[in-house]
Write a protein that binds this ligand. Structure first.
Ligand code: PMP
Length: 362
């Protein structure tokens, strides 16, 4: 007889990435996965390439140089950084460590999909807190926190809505949590935010023993292929993550490229500027076409259509015009599409496709 997985595992819908529909395209503006369209820093690519002579060596299991580089750039304590194979791995490890059967994990309704997937995988119940105007709502989140709650996830800024909670709201959320509940602030898109009311959450991490911040090299650093993320937390959480993670969970390639990428601040700045220019331009073009484009502080824009069928038709139209975007039905937003900010060529293609779609009535 075939072995059965633990109860609940077969209820999990597999995470399907935005690139899953690439087959069959000649030229594609790939705007489905919030990557950096400029690619990584050339210095990171060089460090990656230089690794070819050392492929037979194990990586540094302690990610020492990488943690030191991150700590120096961000002015943090290297001893309280843990690196992982993407922030996805760190999210999964945190849930596995702090929640299990009978426990609840609270997240915001249109928050990143990995939170409910990781919670269900660990046997815990994922509880979706309602939002207000597509933005995480601290009061609604706190209303969902009960006896069984072990963790609360907030993506700040949030994917796919592009919204964020200002620092004061994060503090209010933290202050409202009962002792012993872990608050995970997922700041995957932090580098893109230029609004002064935003903070990545490190101040809370420094003050509290129940807050952890996660970050990624997949977005601004353009290293999604290498799978690299990091968490900054209090000593107790860092200790737990270090016990749970695999001994060599971050490849040597990811470490080498990551060190060079995090040090190249000019490249980060250039990427932020590119993103701002083309995000604002694309929103403006959407407005001209008469399509609602929500404000966003991230490297993507959410388009809202007049009904689910229209959103579905828009995805097909983008695709016919060589533009891959992401439908948001799996995030509970069936009338929305997410368009990542690409190169100038990508964005002009996307705007042209949107304009021609808007002219069509069916
Ligand atoms: N958090 C958020 C909010 C995201 O949007 C993503 C990427 N889609 C991740 C985490 C995961 O990033 P990675 O595993 O590539 O570091």
């Amino acid at each position: 007889m075939a072995p059965n997985p633990r109860p609940g595992i077969l209820d999990i819908a597999p995470y399907v990435g935005g690139e899953s529909e690439l087959a069959g395209f000649d030229y594609v503006a790939r705007l489905a996965s919030n990557e950096n369209p400029l690619g990584p820093s050339p210095k990171a690519a060089q460090s990656y390439a230089a690794l070819k002579d050392d492929l037979h060596r194990y990586p540094d299991g302690g990610t020492t140089e990488l943690r030191d580089a991150i700590a120096k750039v961000h002015d943090l304590d290297a001893g309280r950084i843990v690196c992982g194979a993407g922030s996805d791995e760190l999210i999964s490890l945190l849930v596995r460590a702090y929640a299990g059967p009978g426990d609840e994990v609270v997240y915001s309704r249109h928050g990143f999909l990995m939170y409910p997937i990781a919670a269900t995988t660990a046997g815990a119940k994922a509880v979706a807190a309602p939002e207000t105007d597509l933005t995480a709502d601290v009061d609604r989140i706190l209303e969902c926190v009960g006896e069984a709650t072990r963790m609360v996830f907030v993506a700040n800024p949030n994917n796919p809505t592009g919204t964020f909670l200002p620092e004061g709201e994060l503090e209010r959320l933290h202050a409202g949590l009962p002792d012993g509940v872990l608050l995970v602030i997922d700041a995957a898109y932090a580098e893109y935010v230029e609004d002064g009311a935003y903070a990545d959450g490190r101040a809370l991490v420094e003050r509290a023993d129940n807050v952890v911040m996660t970050r990624t090299f997949s977005k601004i650093y353009g290293l999604a292929a290498l799978r690299l993320g990091w968490a900054y937390g209090p000593a107790n959480v860092v200790d737990v993550l270090n016990r749970l993670r695999g001994p060599f969970n971050v490849s040597a390639a990811a470490q080498a490229a990551g060190v060079a990428a995090v040090r190249d601040r000019d490249y980060v700045q250039k990427s932020v500027e590119h993103n701002r220019v083309w995000r604002d331009w694309f929103r403006q073009q959407a407005g001209i076409a008469g399509v609602e484009a929500l404000p966003s502080v991230g490297n993507f824009v959410l388009l809202r259509f007049d009904g689910d069928a229209r959103a579905e038709a828009a995805v097909a139209h983008f695709k016919e015009n060589g533009v891959l975007v992401r439908r948001m039905a799996s995030y509970g937003l069936p009338d929305c599409l997410r368009v990542s900010i690409g190169t100038e060529t990508d964005m002009r293609m996307a705007a042209d496709a949107l304009a021609s779609f808007a002219e069509r009535r069916t």
